[in-house]
Design a protein around this ligand. Structure first.
Ligand code: PEP
Length: 257
């Protein structure tokens, strides 16, 4: 099987101003060693307003940290007040754009069609989507987590080619585990991540599915990450709250120690 480099992505959500962002990335860069970066990929996902500062720091100090945005417009340019395009993010050196985060789906009524349009917009400008899928509590209680997450995957990937999909990152984030301290068990995470990979093989082929990194997200911390990372179809984590503490995020990135 193709080896997948684990990805740890810190979703800062609406936290840290541009000065705090610089301080934070400096702390990460100071704590992480070359060995860490050989073992895993480390990404930060700051608010839009911090991206230019992070770019300047990463470029200036040749840091091996990559970064991305927490959302992207489905449109390339034009009269879309308040939107930020994939082209703008690419120009700022972003590698990733989070798309379909449950907080966007929930508070901004984003559905699969919009999520799909954002995924296609990201690919048009060479950004890699971190596509979030995952079920809420009622769906989990009814045992519908796999069907729900697979349906969101299908919806998000309409018209996405195999060549594009090969670079995709999927994040399985059960909504009931986000910011709640209620982490999914490693088996819960594997059940859905494994099913997502099976579906990716059906949509594309086995090689594409084997190349795609599938992250788990939902109350990941340094004391629970190792169990989740031991699962065969979990290739890293999308980390919210715990990524705001640089020391804790570094411990997460060093899950194997
Ligand atoms: C997230 O927002 O993507 C997330 C997983 O948050 P938390 O780690 O705080 O649950």
């Amino acid at each position: 099987m193709m080896a997948r480099t684990p990805l740890f992505a810190g979703n800062w959500k609406m936290n840290l101003n541009h000065l705090e962002a610089i301080n934070h990335v400096q702390k990460l860069a100071f704590s992480l060693t070359g060995k860490d970066f050989d073992a895993v990929e480390v990404a930060v996902l700051p608010p839009f307003t911090d991206l230019r500062s992070v770019q300047t720091l990463v470029d200036g100090d040749k840091l091996r940290i990559v970064y991305g945005a927490q959302d992207v417009s489905p449109h390339d340019s034009g009269a879309y007040t308040g939107e930020i395009s994939a082209a703008m993010l690419a120009k700022l050196g972003c590698t990733y754009a989070v798309i379909g985060h449950s907080e966007r789906r929930q508070y901004h009524a984003e559905g699969d069609e919009l999520v799909n349009a954002k995924v296609l917009a990201a690919y048009r400008h060479s950004l890699t989507p971190i596509l979030c899928v995952g079920e809420g509590l009622p769906v989990r209680q009814a045992g519908g987590q796999v069907a729900h997450s697979v349906a969101q995957l299908d919806g998000a990937l309409a018209k996405v080619t195999a060549e594009q999909a090969a670079s995709l990152v999927v994040a399985y984030e059960p909504v009931w585990a986000i910011g709640t301290g209620e982490v999914a068990t490693p088996d819960d995470a594997q059940e859905v991540c494994g099913a997502l990979r099976v579906r990716l093989a059906e949509l594309y082929d086995g090689d594409v599915a084997a190349a795609i990194r599938i992250l788990y997200g939902g109350s990941v911390k340094s004391d629970n990450v190792a169990g989740i990372m031991a699962m065969p179809d979990v290739d890293g984590a999308l980390v919210g709250g715990a990524s705001l503490d640089p020391a804790e995020f570094v411990k997460i990135c060093r899950f194997g120690e």
